[in-house]
Design a protein around this ligand. Structure first.
Ligand code: HEM
Length: 421
């Protein structure tokens, strides 16, 4: 007899409520650790959320073990990211919205492969070399400003500035639109947080953010089309052509939104978690300072594992499959918990110890491998190398207060973190 999704019993350990996500990462990991040990694939009630509550939603499979996160990530022919089947967000989000803002992240093959190759124009070795220089200058000037302004909030004064400047610089966003871009991205990422949206409707907040980003992007697209030959990323994307395929205006606007969001909050939060971990573990900070060039690559991987800024992404099974020994039916939602996989004790010895010399460090912070693996991982590493060098050498007596976290199941986000020196 086949058990339908609505007949399945939800697990006793529940990962979907707001109260679960209001806990600290360490408190949440007590539940994940039991599931990793006893039921690495468990059936869960739908995630809390405010965008598209659906009384008929039966729930999802929670995948919490490192090995299973990797196998789901790599099986893109079995597990879909497409908006028609629900896309990649834990919470249900309207398909039109995903189409308009998530570009390649929410696409299946073959469209994903073609668009990703075109979008890759943004990350050619030439582009990366060009932005490396910008990143070095920007990191230096962020720390100069911090020293001039005096310490207040590390997130506002350091963590959030570099990713925003990098993305705006890479894409060639006009100076006068940069603050609008930040405000739109903040509202889109914080749509569940009363501090960002006040008494506005969460869906309207997302929609307004998207309209602002599309408006900024369209002006840039029109400009690059009317003046070919520019050397910023938007010009490269407008000109990109592979085997007769080109990016349409819709593709370009959506990719612009993806980069503005994916390239901002991720590095911002890795920086905040990374600096806090270093200051909480002075012996690790000393190790890094003593031999910065040798130690920083391993330290960056540990910052990403430790912080795991992207905590969840979802897929939907296109066909019947088996994950971690559990039968998953076509149409079932499958949610990968990167934050749990990055604390999997069968892969990481003593996973709650912060160790910048951890080797190997096969974290899944940039995704579990496969076709959607983070396209910006090199840029993120460049940013962190530049910023940590500046902060650690020029503000040696930095100290930090407790971080104030955003409650949510997507970004492991630090809202504020008082600093002094
Ligand atoms: C520490 C910083 C970052 C983290 C932790 C991170 C994490 C991720 C994750 C988890 C994914 C999904 C992988 C999957 O589904 O298998 C992803 C995709 C992506 N990221 Fe990042 N990211 C970071 C920085 C960046 C930056 C700086 C950029 C852009 C400049 C960027 C651009 C992208 C893009 C375009 C994709 C979609 C790739 C695809 O679907 O083919 N990311 N990232």
């Amino acid at each position: 007899m086949t058990i339908t999704p609505t007949q399945r019993v939800h697990d006793d350990i529940e990962l979907s409520s707001e109260s679960f996500w209001a806990q600290t990462a360490r408190q949440r990991d007590a539940s994940f650790a039991t599931l990793r040990r006893e039921r690495p694939v468990s059936w869960q009630p739908p995630a809390y959320g405010s965008l598209m509550p659906d009384p008929d939603d039966p729930g999802y499979w929670a995948v919490v073990a490192h090995e299973d996160v990797i196998s789901v990530s790599k099986a893109h022919d079995v597990f879909s990211s497409s908006p028609e089947l629900g896309g990649v967000m834990f919470e249900n989000v309207p398909a039109e919205f995903l189409d308009a803002t998530q570009s390649i992240l929410a696409m299946d093959e073959p469209r994903h492969g073609i668009t990703r190759r075109l979008a890759h124009a943004a990350f050619s070795p030439r582009q990366i070399r060009q932005i490396e220089q910008q990143i070095l200058h920007q990191a230096e000037s962020i720390v100069t400003t911090l020293l001039e302004e005096g310490p207040r909030d590390f997130v506002e004064q350091v963590s959030m500035r570099l990713p925003l400047w990098t993305i705006s610089g890479m894409l060639g966003v006009p100076e006068e639109d940069r603050q609008r871009l930040v405000d739109a991205v903040d509202a889109m990422v914080g749509y569940n947080d009363p501090e960002y949206i006040g008494d506005r409707d969460p869906f309207m907040t997302l929609f307004e953010g998207m309209t602002t980003l599309h408006d900024i992007a369209q002006k840039m697209i029109d400009d690059r089309r009317s003046r070919p030959g520019g050397d910023d990323l938007m010009a490269a994307l407008v000109d990109a052509e592979i085997e007769g395929h080109r990016l349409t205006d819709d593709d370009l606007r959506s990719y612009f939104c993806l980069l503005a969001i994916a390239g901002n909050d991720t590095t911002r939060n890795t920086t905040s978690h990374g600096i806090k971990a270093l200051l909480d573990h002075p012996e690790q900070k000393k190790l890094l300072i003593e031999n910065f060039d040798r130690a920083i690559p391993g330290a960056i991987e540990e910052f990403v594992r430790w912080g795991t800024p992207v905590m969840t992404f979802r897929r939907t099974a296109k066909v019947d499959a088996v994950v971690g020994g559990v039968d998953v039916n076509a149409g079932d939602k499958v949610v990968m918990f990167y934050s749990s996989a990055n604390r999997d004790e069968s892969v990481f010895r003593d996973p709650w110890s912060f160790d910048i010399t951890r080797n190997p460090n096969p974290h899944v912070g940039f995704g579990g491998g496969g076709v959607h693996f983070c396209l910006g991982n090199h840029v993120a590493r460049l940013q962190m190398r530049a910023l940590f060098r500046e902060v650690l050498t020029r503000v040696p007596d930095l100290s930090l207060g407790e971080p104030e976290m955003v409650t949510g199941h997507f970004m492991h986000a630090v809202k504020r973190m008082p600093c002094s020196f």
